[in-house]
Design a protein around this ligand. Sequence first.
Ligand code: WTA
Length: 690
Amino acid sequence: KVSSMGLTDVDLSAARKIPRLNAAVLGESQATEDDNVILPSDQFSSRAHVSSYLQYLEMYQRSIEDPAGFWSDIASSEFFWKKKWDQQVYSENLDVRKGEIKIEWFKGGITNICYNCLDRNIEAGLGKKIALYWEGNESGFDGTLTYNELLHKVCQLANFLKDNGVRKGDAVVIYMPMLMELPIAMLACARIGAIHSVVFAGFSSESLAQRIIDCKPKVVITCNAVKRGSKVIHLKDIVDAALTESAQNAVSVATCLTYENESALKRESTKWKTGRDIWWQDVVPKYPTTCTVEWVDAEYPLFLLYTSGSTGKPKGVLHTTGGYMVYTATTFKYAFDYKPSDVYWCTADCGWITGHSYVTYGPLLNGASVVVFEGAPNYPDPGRCWDIVDKYKVSIFYTAPTLVRSLMREGNEYVTRYSRKSLRVLGSVGEPINPSAWRWFFNVVGESRCPISDTWWQTETGGFMITPLPGAWAQKPGSATFPFFGVQPVLVDEKGNEIEGECSGYLCLKSSWPSAFRTLYNDHERYEMTYFKPFPGYYFTGDGCTRDKDGYYWLTGRVDDVINVSGHRIGTAEVESALVSHPQCAEAAVVGIEHEVKGQGIYAFVTIVDGVPYSEELRKSLILMVRNQIGAFAAPDKIHWAPGLPKTRSGKIMRRILRKIASKQLDELGDTSTLADPGVIDQLIELADR
Ligand code: WTA
């Protein structure tokens, strides 16, 4: 039993149960013989927010035994509330057998997340601190905004939105590249209680239209074009097409605010619809630089973010204000061991959850200086990231394994050419990081001095769920290590029984945490069906996971029909539906295959209509169909011609077999006796390389 940190009576039996790491994590021994365990340096640990496993354990234990006390202490000491929440800090029902699924945190509390990101920090003296460093696609194009300047810009846009009829509760769709105007737009919405829905600017017009039709925004905010690497992409044209399609579906958007991204495309060359389209630069700067805050309940919606599931159309994940605010800020602080002197860069795009929680809200709530990068990480050459790290003295660098792997292939010289002395902490997100990429990231990029926070979480969870706390314990390359405060991971077997100790199973979470998503927009039933029905009593993550003998968690990938391509979630059903909308495609089945750089690639089995010959042209037009309907990032890597698909007698496609054929594991096809027509297998194998 220990009593540091003012907490007493902490039972260490949990730590003692972790045999081999006992000595290491409890600080009883310095070195370990085991090459698979990497200890933080004493120097790092001694300065970290959480310096030891023991300290973590005390805090973790309290967060589980007294979540209300744990989170309300943080919420009241570190944030501004116009009014304190009701007596009950949280209420939840995660058990479908007990009625409707419901999660609420800080209900009755009145706050505003934009106020907490900007005004509160400015009042604390950070007005002149750099909030955003912007680095353009082309070297030499850059800019900065202090907290004061950011607030002014946010207020101007907020006033514009109000003036154009946007009221509390209205949706605003944002379709922009990584300009400073993207976080500005998010914050402006939050300031006036509008619900933003950012759509990643790599999505096609059809995907954008689908989202616009679903959430019916008052205003769409975009930009005329963007340069990605050496390619110019005309975003405004994509928006135009999406707005035309939405109008045909009875959703007409009155205002399209367009930022002129001069370095990519001049305004004269931009297609324009007078009356609907407005140039940002012409109007927004004319508005006042102050704007009163719309105070909202902690449970008031903050944003919608569409994400792919295993079936059907994308789901609008809904996050609310108070719990999301408290949780993203707290996870940012601890998982990156954030200190006020840090410069932080996350390479994610604000079109994904990582850009919401860990480009915009989490860091700004902490008063951090954040790098926003518009370009491609390998342009003009694969050293660009380290050039940026040196230029801004980045100390916390957070990225995805796919980028690590692709840069690793280019050789160490691109890295070692730069100093990278400023780096202190590295982070990884989006997919499991394979140990060899982890080691390269750690040894070459971080020169063996920067702990890596391999953060496991999801759009639905809002913030980190399982993550290292740098400096607190030994790392194992490829493991996300231990749960964050308040998070209770459980592994269950197929029947939903909790399994203990060293084991593998389906990863579920027990009890809620402040930033859990509250529903799927307009579809609470699907929310319950997808996440809470599979294993009653738990939130089901869709991921498989192994817990090793030391209690470390190892994420093993999706167990549903979701493919993770370069950290982007893509539903097999979405790709299939795009393929079958091709007039010459009769049927399609899509599976994920291992891909050296992207983590997973998309492998599509396609049956074409009778009489149509296979051709390269047809293959290309099938791929184009997917690019047009979803986006370039979802384009199949392989089209495998399939005269027939392996189906059970009841007509169900046996993906297990398709996965084996796709990965050429032909001796592992398993039992094929339940197939309606076992002959299709030989046909498929024969056509593998056609
Ligand atoms: C995967 C991204 C292993 C996982 C934040 C999850 C990871 C899905 C990790 C969510 C990680 C994310 N290790 N797998 N560190 N981080 N994943 O919603 O399969 O885009 O379910 O959120 O990405 O993807 P999403």
